[in-house]
Design a protein around this ligand. Structure first.
Ligand code: SF4
Length: 370
């Protein structure tokens, strides 16, 4: 490991830590706020580019901190306008993010919370890499800032739906949310951030209690514990536990909840799957006696709480060469499946993945670096 790599990452510092750091360098504390604004409001990570700071502090920061959280490797542009970026950390651990313009609200960045992933979901390319590195908050934020700078666009939303399981890296995710929603950072509403998870019970409870109004997307994909165990071996398999956690989230958090469901030919796209999914979307499986639910019921209902059933996003699956046993459901069946949900009064959207032509779509991220 190089000398530079051992230095603390400037972008990892909270404002309070930056204030201490600046004072330790013999500079007045108010300079920290200027540096923080350059980093998080303007996305300038190199102190030399912080042009209203005296040369001494710029040199001190550059000499004492690692100011390059990610090493840029390459980018690819999709026919739909999405841009996939590939960086590395720790020399060869890949980190990918996809900048997606053209939504009704503007532009979204789908970012990674880990390099690779240790959860091993059978249908996912990222899972094939295994966990390569846990990303720090600065390494997650740097994806946003670098993608914005290279793409010449400002992102309106951040979706943690790239590589990795965000709830297995809660500490960094917490700091990312704090920076983006902080008045000295991006001053975003928490509703502009979505955390996606395959479903981990305890972290879901923690997320509900600590990130008010952050949106949550549960990648359910299968409606039986047996199939979830088989295809998503490290996710919470029990539907009742997941329903408990979502009920609690909905009650105490107030963020928007969606269920993500990738349709897989013959594996989860039958009529009975649609019926079970509709039942789950009503959170019908919750254990009304559980301590968690009793606690959740004590919370006042947050304003504008999303009605039940929850919204289901049906995702057209993007096949990966390494797992030919997972095939996408054909278009006609996707429409039928959606209609079954609509008939059961479940709000449903069929989502076409962006960037499939550049392997940037859901489940396809997973570049190998030599
Ligand atoms: Fe990891 Fe998510 Fe892929 Fe599962 S689906 S292997 S949790 S990145």
């Amino acid at each position: 490991m190089s000398e530079q790599a051992r230095q603390p990452l400037l972008l990892d510092l909270s404002l309070a830590q930056l204030e201490r750091a600046v004072v330790d360098l013999g500079q007045p504390a108010y300079r920290a706020r200027q540096v923080y604004h350059w980093l998080h409001q303007r996305g300038v990570l190199d102190p030399q580019g912080m042009t209203d700071l005296p040369a001494t502090i710029r040199e001190q920061l550059a000499a004492n901190y690692d100011c390059q959280p990610l090493r840029f490797r390459t980018q690819a542009v999709s026919a739909d306008g999405s841009i996939k970026y590939l960086w590395t950390v720790a020399d060869t651990a890949p980190v990918e993010a996809v900048l997606m313009p053209g939504f009704d609200y503007g532009t979204a960045l789908c970012a990674s919370s880990q390099s690779g992933c240790g959860f091993g979901c059978g249908f996912c390319q990222t899972g094939r890499l295994g966990l390569r590195a846990q990303l720090s908050a600065g390494q997650i934020l740097a994806q946003l800032y670098d993608a914005e700078s290279r793409g010449g666009m400002t992102a309106d939303r951040l979706v943690l739906m790239g590589m990795g399981e965000p709830l297995a890296n809660l500490r960094s995710v917490r700091q990312v949310v704090a920076v983006l929603t902080g008045a000295e950072g991006r001053d975003w509403s928490a509703r502009r951030i979505t955390v996606s998870t395959v479903g981990l019970y305890k972290p879901l409870v923690e997320l509900a209690n600590t990130f008010p109004r952050v949106n949550l997307a549960l990648s359910l994909h299968f409606t039986s514990a047996e199939k979830r165990r088989k295809h998503m071996p490290k996710a919470e398999p029990r539907l009742e536990r997941l329903a408990d956690a979502l009920f609690n989230y909905r009650r105490v958090n107030g963020g928007k909840l969606t269920i993500e469901y990738a349709l897989l030919d013959g594996l989860n796209d039958r009529d009975r799957d649609a019926r079970r999914l509709a039942q789950f979307a009503r959170l019908a499986d919750i254990d009304r006696e559980s301590e968690l639910i009793q606690q959740a019921l004590e919370y006042p209902v947050p304003p504008r709480q999303q009605p039940l059933p929850l919204h289901v996003n049906l995702i057209t699956y993007n096949p990966i060469p390494a797992a030919p046993q997972y095939r996408p459901t054909d278009e006609r069946r996707v429409s039928e499946f959606a209609r079954l949900l609509s008939d059961a009064e479940v709000p449903v959207t069929v989502r076409r993945s962006r960037g499939a032509d550049i392997a940037a779509a859901c489940g396809q991220l997973g570049s190998e670096i030599a």
